[in-house]
Design a protein around this ligand. Structure first.
Ligand code: NDP
Length: 324
């Protein structure tokens, strides 16, 4: 019988139970996928703790995976049994097998491995919309990207450098700073020991940056806004340190008519056309070697709790995958 991680209530990692599950025959637009690799993402911890509302109880966490199609419902047209596929949806991926709606399925090019797909489908599509849609990066832009050595951070640094941006990153240790510098970051700041606003102003000769990508949340607010040029853009896309509680529109007015956005990946890939275009853009930068993938942690599916502890404990770099 296939197994999955099943949670009955939110909490610490003790709520992640490895348990047998039944997979019904797919009907209609459903696809039965057998996973080969599963991505671990910070969003999984937000569902586990209850920070994000559960769509149903019990809940299987997990937002990206890759594997092969076992069977499809009668209304499915673009995938068939035996296809190599990947997907991202908010929950349900911490499983050996599952049913999923066909609209989320991306058929993998032959040269993208299951491991790579599980490491980049959510994180890489996030980097794609952050750099191409939330704020459109052009050559010559100066960028501050927090948590540069993380899963999204390492992908974004390489892609930003390729687009011609000057990329400043932050990270919490010397090892992480060195790793980020190998992945597109021209300047690194240790935001646990240095004042990152002062350092950004030094690096940019007092100008500030065009855009700040901030997934840290409470700990970097409102200092992130102080790093921006007049009319600069603050892209707040996560809260690894906790939700921002003191945001006010006047904070933008006082610092030079700033722009702010709080984007969510799933709003950028919500039609077959937008998903296919974003995936093609992502796969092209991986296939041509522009963006290299660092899978720096691997666990068995049953050990998902250990993966969460490391991610929340700031002990990971790059991508983390689970073996089903
Ligand atoms: P990361 O691998 O980047 O891990 C999070 C990193 O955040 C840590 O390694 C740590 O790096 C840093 N951090 C800073 N403060 C804290 C803290 N108090 N506790 C824990 N970590 C902290 O994770 P992901 O790549 O999975 O995700 C990165 C962020 O992007 C998350 O906030 C996630 O929610 C967000 N996200 C948002 C999406 C969207 O569409 N809105 C989609 C995908 C991800 P360091 O030690 O260097 O500080």
């Amino acid at each position: 019988m296939p197994h999955a991680i099943v949670m009955q209530e939110p909490g610490d990692t003790a709520v992640l139970h490895y348990a047998p599950v039944t997979i019904p025959q797919p009907t209609g637009t459903q696809v039965h996928v057998r996973h080969q690799a599963i991505g671990v993402n910070f969003i999984d911890t937000y569902f586990r703790t209850g920070l994000y509302k559960w769509p149903q109880t019990p809940l299987t966490p997990g937002a990206e995976a890759a594997g092969e199609v076992v069977a499809v419902g009668e209304a499915v047209t673009h995938v068939k049994p035996g296809d190599r596929v990947a997907y991202t949806t908010p929950t349900g991926a911490y499983a050996q097998e599952r049913l999923i709606e066909a609209k989320h399925i991306i058929v993998l090019p032959d040269d993208i491995s299951y491991e790579t797909a599980a490491a980049i489908t959510l994180k890489g599509l996030t980097a794609q919309y952050l750099l191409r849609s939330s704020f459109r990066i052009e050559a010559g832009h100066t960028v501050l990207f927090h948590a540069a050595a993380g899963g999204v951070g390492l992908l974004a640094g390489q892609w930003l450098a390729h687009l011609g941006a000057t990329v400043i990153g932050t990270a919490g240790s010397a090892e992480k700073m060195a790793l980020a510098k190998e992945n597109g970051y021209a300047h690194m700041i240790n935001y646990r020991t240095e004042n990152f606003v002062e350092r950004v102003m030094e690096i940019t000769d007092g100008q500030g940056v065009d855009v700040v990508y901030d997934s840290v949340g409470q700990d970097t607010y409102p200092a992130s806004l102080d790093c921006l040029k007049k009319h600069g853009t603050w892209v707040c896309f996560g809260q690894s340190s906790g939700m921002i509680k003191n945001f006010a529109l006047s904070d933008l007015a006082q610092r030079g008519s700033l722009f702010a956005t709080r984007p969510v990946l799933f709003d950028f890939i919500d039609t077959p056309e937008t998903l296919a275009a974003a995936a093609a853009d992502l796969f092209s930068v991986v296939q041509n070697g522009t963006v290299k993938i660092s899978i720096n942690q691997e666990f068995g599916l049953a050990d998902a709790g250990e993966a969460h502890q490391m991610l929340e404990g700031r002990q990971t770099t790059g991508s983390t995958i689970l073996r089903p």
